[in-house]
Design a protein around this ligand. Structure first.
Ligand SMILES: C[S@@+](CC[C@H](N)C(=O)[O-])C[C@H]1O[C@@H](n2cnc3c(N)ncnc32)[C@H](O)[C@@H]1O
Length: 313
């Protein structure tokens, strides 16, 4: 299974198709939008956009199409982006956890999606660097999955294979210093870095077609397919390489996880966070400058998980 650098997931054809399908799914979840930051084609288009860990680049290409006057750059460890792209879109192979010294505070929109599991510390590696690289008034938007499964009616219990699998994957990600959790802390991290007008929207991603609502049923069916496609690769990446389980052991345990994923009696869901915030004008930034350099040297601050409205929209 080909992989790139410190990233524990593959970048093969199966993964490329999974990422493209996941892109469509998230657009449906966000009511056919690619972003929640306050951009509009006529009144307020972005001018210089960076998509961090762009994957197959679908988001970047669609943003370039929607905003023809913007320059859109996508960076990723893997060169899995298409060659035929709009003239205002380009891709570069770069490790985003390294220094962003080429960025000169001229960007006005930075975006991440499905990147927990890529960084040792998302606050230091991405959020503080994004703050420094944005021009005053620019926006950072993070769209990230909290890789934990929940159910509101007790139909998923802690002894069930799906729950145990998720717990093991999260534990392995923390041990390998690529934590898959962090989405719920994003709002606090953006505020700690100095962003203002920070907003958070949390969506439920049903694990299969269990909801009655047709829109959520469709989203659940797409998410089920996505999990089924990625299950083996995620498991090998973390459980084999990090927890030392043999491939045979993993395959045996996945039989029951697969049964849970397709079981409509289990009303489980993941939580998908969209958090966006604005870099303030320079006069507001002075008091924050010290805290940013402290953060960069001391790691992410402990922030209480904000209470947010969990929406089935
Ligand atoms: C789950 S994919 C998400 C891709 C894309 N953002 C999307 O939503 O479709 C995560 C991507 O992060 C990339 N990645 C992982 N670590 C990275 C790093 N240090 N620098 C740049 N890209 C990285 C991987 O190569 C992969 O393409």
């Amino acid at each position: 299974m080909p992989m790139a650098g410190s990233y524990l997931f593959p970048n093969d054809q199966i993964e490329i198709e999974r990422l493209d399908n996941q892109h469509e799914l998230i657009k449906i979840l966000l009511d056919n939008q690619n972003y929640l930051a306050p951009w509009s084609r006529d009144k307020n288009p972005p001018s210089k956009v960076l998509d961090v860990a762009t994957g197959t680049g679908r988001w970047a290409v669609e943003l370039g199409d929607e905003f023809p006057t913007a320059t859109v750059v996508g960076i990723d460890l893997s060169p899995i982006q298409p060659n035929l792209v709009p003239p205002n879109v380009s891709f570069f192979v770069e490790d985003a956890s390294e220094s962003w010294e080429d960025e000169d505070a001229s960007l006005d929109y930075i975006h991440t999606r499905f990147t927990t599991g890529c960084w040792g510390d998302m606050y230091v590696d991405i959020i503080c660097k994004a703050f420094a690289s944005l021009q005053p008034g620019g926006w950072l938007e993070c769209q990230e999955l909290q890789d934990i499964v929940y159910s509101d009616d007790g139909s998923l219990t802690e002894d069930m294979p799906l729950f145990v699998w998720c717990r093991d994957i999260v534990e392995a990600s923390v041990r390998s210093k690529r934590p898959l959790v962090g989405a719920a802390q994003l709002r606090g991290w953006l505020e700690a870095a100095g962003f203002v007008d920070v907003q958070e929207k949390v969506y439920k991603l049903p694990i299969n077609g269990w909801p009655r609502d047709p829109r959520l049923k469709k989203i659940g069916e797409m998410w089920q397919l996505n999990m089924q496609t990625g299950l083996q690769a995620f498991s090998y990446g973390f459980m084999h390489r990090v927890l030392g389980k043999s491939k045979a052991e993993i395959e045996v345990s996945l039989v029951d996880v697969r049964k849970d994923i397709v079981n409509p009696q289990i009303h489980a869901y993941n939580r998908f966070f969209v958090v966006w915030g604005r870099k303030p004008e320079s006069t507001q930034m002075v008091s924050r400058a010290a805290s940013i350099s402290t953060a960069a040297s001391s790691g992410s601050p402990t922030v209480s998980t904000p209470t947010s409205t969990l929406t089935m929209r």
